[in-house]
Design a protein around this ligand. Structure first.
Ligand SMILES: [Zn+2]
Length: 414
């Protein structure tokens, strides 16, 4: 239903613009270069005939597709982000197109011997016979989340070209800085004015997500006493050893490398230390709110236990919440998930509903009053040189958007 070549052209025109975000920057967008794609999207939206096209001082792009039906239908929205990950370069992206993929190794870069192989990335075998877009092995691709943008743009164009398809008012938004966790921070939910929305930011075809981690960050600071090692007896306190006690007292198997599904964890991702002071940086993750609180409590109790043991207040922990499981906000409006599931089935996509082991902008938006599950955008191996996207996945995601619009209008017919 949607033209494959139009999708490829549109996608390539987006990924060849460098929009990498920067966690070190305090401005919004975090990098000046994100404006280029934001402005381009504004031009394209106006050109295709979208209404109320706007871009604010933080580069959030919004637009409206007016209803084609007279009856009252809730306003729904679609959201994606135009920045790419700071984890890998997005400068000079040179997409390669592999038509009719044969299920074998794909040489991304002959000179550097960079191979995209189904021996390592088995998901590739799902896409035999499909058209893949890959990198040239030197950059990421940016399907995360320019696939999402391509799909939303293509769906809007399709609905404009086919005004006989019934739908209510649709709002769309493209955000900066999702990859540095700030995509929702300056999102004007009131201005957006949708009753609910979907982020098009998942991976594999069929993904539909409305559960994510509860997330906090913990910094443990251990104070020692540095004394000349030759005269240290009964005087020196080595903060590194105390930190080691702390590390070993947390459950060793509740770590990212030993957990899956809805299992939570403590993740020690940085240590800096010497005799005088050691700092441990942890992230805490759990889908279950009670378990999440219990993990934070466990860390606090552990620090007081260690203080008691050493008879000083040698150790302290500072815990900051980062985001929460959107499930709490979505469950009261489960019909918005059911609707997406139904839309997928109608366009022959098998829904894969599973908890996200991470967060999404939709989680933050859900807590800001805009319930917002996440739908597949179709790409794989995000944030690195092995990133790829099957064009057929983008077509299906586009069809899902169109179908959600249509089904929403139908549900509110009488
Ligand atoms: Zn993304």
């Amino acid at each position: 239903m949607t033209n494959k070549h139009h999708i490829i052209d549109r996608f390539i025109s987006y990924v060849t613009i460098d929009t990498q975000s920067d966690p070190e920057s305090n401005s919004t967008p975090s990098t000046e270069k994100q404006w280029e794609l934001a402005n381009k999207l504004v031009d394209e939206l106006k050109e295709m005939g979208m209404q109320e096209v706007s871009i604010d001082e933080n580069a959030y792009v919004m637009a409206t597709l007016p209803a084609t039906v007279a009856h009252k239908v809730p306003v729904i929205g679609f959201v994606s982000h135009f920045d790419t990950s700071p984890d890998f370069t997005g400068t000079n992206v040179k997409p390669q197109i592999v038509e009719n993929y044969d299920g074998k190794d794909i040489v991304l870069n002959e000179e550097k011997n960079i191979i995209l192989s189904p021996d390592y990335f088995e998901d590739l075998l799902l896409y035999k016979g499909k058209t893949l877009i890959t990198t040239d092995g030197t950059t990421l691709l940016g399907a995360d989340d320019k696939a999402g943008i391509t799909e939303i743009m293509t769906a809007m164009q399709y609905l404009i070209d086919n005004p006989d398809i019934p739908h209510g008012k649709i709002r769309i938004c493209f955000t900066p800085d999702e990859e540095i966790g700030r995509g929702a921070h300056k999102f004007d939910v009131e201005k957006f004015g949708a009753e609910w929305a979907y982020t098009m930011d998942g991976s594999q075809i069929g993904e539909l997500e409305y559960e994510n981690f509860n997330a906090a960050q913990a910094v443990v600071t251990v104070k020692g006493k540095s004394v000349h090692p030759g005269y240290a007896k009964d005087k020196m306190v080595n903060s590194i050893y105390i930190a080691q006690d702390f590390i070993n007292s947390l459950p060793r198997l509740e770590t990212p490398e030993h957990t899956e599904g809805r299992q939570g964890f403590f993740h020690l991702n940085n240590i800096k230390g010497n005799v005088e002071e050691t700092k441990l940086e942890y992230i805490i993750r759990d889908h279950d709110k009670e378990h999440f609180e219990a993990r934070k409590e466990m860390m606090k109790n552990l620090t007081s236990d260690i203080c008691e043991q050493y008879e000083t207040d040698c150790i302290s922990v500072e815990i900051k919440d980062q985001y929460f499981n959107m499930k709490e906000k979505i469950e009261p409006v489960m019909h918005i998930v059911d609707l997406a599931e139904e839309a997928m089935k109608e366009v022959d996509v098998k829904p894969i509903v599973r908890p996200i082991r991470g967060g999404t902008d939709g989680a933050q938006l859900s807590y800001m009053g805009l319930p917002c599950p996440n739908i597949f955008a179709g790409g794989h191996n995000f944030h690195g040189k092995y990133e790829y996207v099957p064009v057929e996945n983008m077509q299906k995601a586009t069809e899902v958007i169109v179908k959600i619009a249509e089904l929403t209008a139908k549900k509110y017919e009488s």
